[in-house]
Design a protein around this ligand. Structure first.
Ligand code: PLP
Length: 396
């Protein structure tokens, strides 16, 4: 069996959560890298990929990184966040942004999310800053931990944007920086502007499960030339002389190579097409599942355009008959991959010693959330099978 046929056969039997579609210019661009010998981070596709990312989001500068996590770490370093300072992170998210905060010795401070759109809750954030913090001489201090809060790290989760206006206002009022994590929501819009166009710095991920991929990679975006220069410097081993090996600061090898950028650029060419596919997948799930008792479907706020990265439903055990974990197992028995929400971060051992503010919704969502297969290449037949299993399992 040829590799392509083998892949098709595998896909027919197994329905994955989110896998890439490699059907554009990926081969052509990678061949160009190999034919010209440009495989390292000095190759021309890296510049093109950076330019393309900056133009798409509407930012002045882009610095390609080896992963989204590396880009987050770099963003925190660029903003000068210090050890023992705090950065506000949603409690419900993939762990990478919270880990990045710990890499620099700072502390994530976990904030709840809202139950409707699953995003960082601006109202709770406001309550926390006004009731739990003091603001003196331009410094925002968490009264409980006595640590200085330096930044907010909103994560645009699962394809839906965070409500940015109140967060931007709070950041201004309390002198905080904003790093937007757009890893899961490339192409999402808040009030007709792209997610990633708002913070001091924004970060993208091109990990294999994202809407577009380069195998593994990330991007740091900003409108500040100074931040972009510092990010380039830190991600390329902090070279203080072009030839002599002079290093005045600790640097990192966080660059993306030309092969990865070549794949990323080819994927970017397909993004508009993938966004349409994601939208169709979401519409089909919504149409077929809206009348299934005990399943709540994801919502899109009036100010938002979601990219529906992972279509995530909430399962009400009493109404539906089984809980989200049991439903995941049922789907698994049909060779269908589904995934629960991330474990609420504040309760993980890795984050012992971190503060959290009135976490409620993240815990509830963790119990009931289940992400369904959402790959851009999901076929109608595959999606019909997922829907059928969900419809058949409802309590009668
Ligand atoms: C919200 C979020 N932030 C950051 C990352 C980290 O990106 P990477 O895997 O490219 O390091 C991911 C996923 O991978 C993510 O989902």
């Amino acid at each position: 069996m040829k590799a392509k046929d083998l892949k098709t056969a595998q896909l027919n039997s197994f329905i994955p959560l989110s896998v890439p579609d490699i059907s554009g210019n990926e081969w052509k661009y990678v061949k160009e890298c190999l034919d010209t010998g440009w495989v390292s981070s000095a190759g021309p596709f890296v510049r093109k990929f950076e330019q393309c990312s900056a133009d798409y989001i509407g930012r002045k500068y882009a610095v390609a990184c080896s992963s989204g996590t590396a880009a987050l770490h770099t963003a925190l370093l660029v903003l000068g966040i210090q050890p023992d300072e705090e950065v506000i992170v949603p409690d419900l998210t993939f762990v990478a942004p919270a880990f990045a905060v710990r890499y620099i010795g700072a502390w994530p401070l976990f904030m709840d999310v809202d139950e409707k759109y699953f995003q960082l809750d601006p109202q709770k954030l406001k309550d926390f800053l006004s009731k739990q913090c003091s603001f003196k001489r331009g410094q925002c201090i968490n009264r409980k931990t006595k640590r200085r809060i330096r930044a907010i790290l909103p994560v645009h989760l699962l394809g839906h944007p965070v409500e940015m206006d109140p967060i931007l206002d709070l950041a201004k009022k309390y002198g905080l920086k904003i790093i937007e994590d757009v890893a899961e929501s490339l192409g999402a819009e808040y009030k007709r502007k792209k997610a990633g166009a708002f913070g001091d710095i924004a970060v993208l991920s091109f990990n294999g499960n994202k809407i577009i991929t380069c195998g593994g990679g990330g991007m740091l975006l900003t409108d500040s030339k100074k931040f972009a220069q510092k990010a380039s410097y830190l991600t390329t081993q902090a070279k203080d002389h072009p030839i002599e090996f002079v290093h005045n600061h600790i640097g990192y090898n966080y660059r993306l190579n030309n092969l990865q950028a070549a794949i990323g650029l080819a994927q970017f060419e397909q993004l508009a097409n993938y966004l349409k596919k994601k939208n169709n997948i979401a519409n089909d799930y919504a149409d077929s599942l809206k009348s299934v008792q005990g399943l709540s479907l994801p919502q899109q706020a009036s100010w938002a355009k979601s990219i529906w990265w992972l279509y995530t439903i909430l399962v009400d055990r009493k109404e539906y008959g089984i809980n989200s974990r049991s439903l995941m197992k049922v789907l698994e028995s049909y060779n269908i991959q589904a995934r629960p929400f991330w474990h609420p971060l504040h309760s993980l051992k890795a984050f012992k010693g971190c503060d959290a503010y009135k976490i409620e919704k993240s815990l509830q969502l963790y119990q009931s959330g289940l992400s369904l297969p959402s790959s851009v290449g999901l076929t109608k037949a595959q999606q019909a099978k997922v829907i059928q299993v969900l419809q058949d399992n409802v309590k009668t």
